[in-house]
Design a protein around this ligand. Sequence first.
Ligand code: COA
Length: 432
Amino acid sequence: MGWKAEYNKKLVSARTAISHIKDGDKVVMSFGCGEPRAIVRAMRENYKDFHNVQVINMLLLGETPWVDEEVKGHFSYNSFFASGTNRKAISDGVADFTTCYLSEAPMVLRDIVKPRVTVMSVTPPDSEGYVSLGTNCDYIETTLSHCEVKIAQVNKNVPYTYGKTRKHITEFNYFVEFDEELPEVPAPPITEVEMQIGKNCASLINDGDCIQLGIGGIPNAICEELKHKKDLGLHSEMVGDGVVDLIKSGVINNSKKNFNNGKTILGFGFGTKKLFDFLNGNKDIEMTPMDYVNNPLIIAQNDNLVSVNSCIEIDLMGQVVSDTIGEYQFSGIGGQVDFVRGATMSKGGRSIMAMPSSAKGGTISKIVPKITDYSAVATTRNDVNYVVTEYGIAQLKGKTMKERARALINIAHPNFREDLAKEYEKRFNEKF
Ligand code: COA
């Protein structure tokens, strides 16, 4: 049978596709801009057909129907990342949360969680019968290879990306055609504080370096500040709109990359139509799964790899809390530790932890004597190196406890330095 005949045979309604989900199944879905919303809607509408089905994904942008009171007993939700749409549900115990390094997410899903069904968004097939997984390669490429039932929403708005996202239609069981706009993540306006942090970070990035940018408000500010650099490379689990102009203008050209030369390596795109249009048909961009792009041993093969991530708070020893505020699960550890370690192992590499010095309208210092009770340390004091705030740069690796505390207090918000200095004097029995 030719691929067209096979595709047509697999083309079904959303209702028919989801009828292959059995009671008790685990269903892993694509996330973010790759959310297969037509399938999600069909499952929600027909919730009575399902019992005890666990839906798994990371970082929802839309509604989280799996936590509605009405679907209790029909669906439960296991999220690999907390965000505005599911934080409350996780905190209330209505949804559950799985923590893991993103480099391990494909393995965790494949070997431990073992979902039977996977659901994702894809492009329409090309002339050879290949679709593309679009904005998301991350863990969905792995579950596509290992799940028993593979369902795809075919949507013409999904960008045709290359790398490991290009898959033949023979790899899927069911296709559901439904065109709709992709979920978007617009960049929030850059604040003055973020701009200054961006400047400080940019001062640690040299022409020819290979960069990784994390999640949150700071990456876009850094992109603004990188406009005057030359010959940067990009190897990043995720990117937003911020990198598009840098690549278009040739600031990022991957020409100095000693590994994957000439190519931008990504795990997933997390932006708006500006990013989708840029990714569409772009063969200079290679989409790769998280056990590749986030693997510290792969990251480290890039010389001069500079990682930039953000966090919630840092104590005076340099312990970094990144995804919890006390016992409240605020986000996820993501690829932070993967990239901190990869950057540390990279020849000439540097890891940067960038954050505003205060939160909640300046009422809370993010540099603290002691991390908030019940918070989880993401990046340990042994892993952390550069810490950047709007007040400067603290370099911590190889530094004593006293030196670390001093360096951090010097980049804390001035309103909190006195209290932190008192803590220093109490702890070390010497004048700050
Ligand atoms: N105590 C209490 N609240 C705090 C806080 C602290 N120490 N630090 C931040 N917050 C609050 C802020 O006030 C803000 O609240 P609001 O929305 O009510 O104003 C909120 O947390 C978000 O802070 P903000 O600085 O705007 O966050 P961000 O969008 O820049 O994201 C992280 C920052 C840390 C949440 C984000 O970078 C992250 O999830 N990091 C971990 C994962 C990671 O690094 N992944 C790497 C690649 S995926």
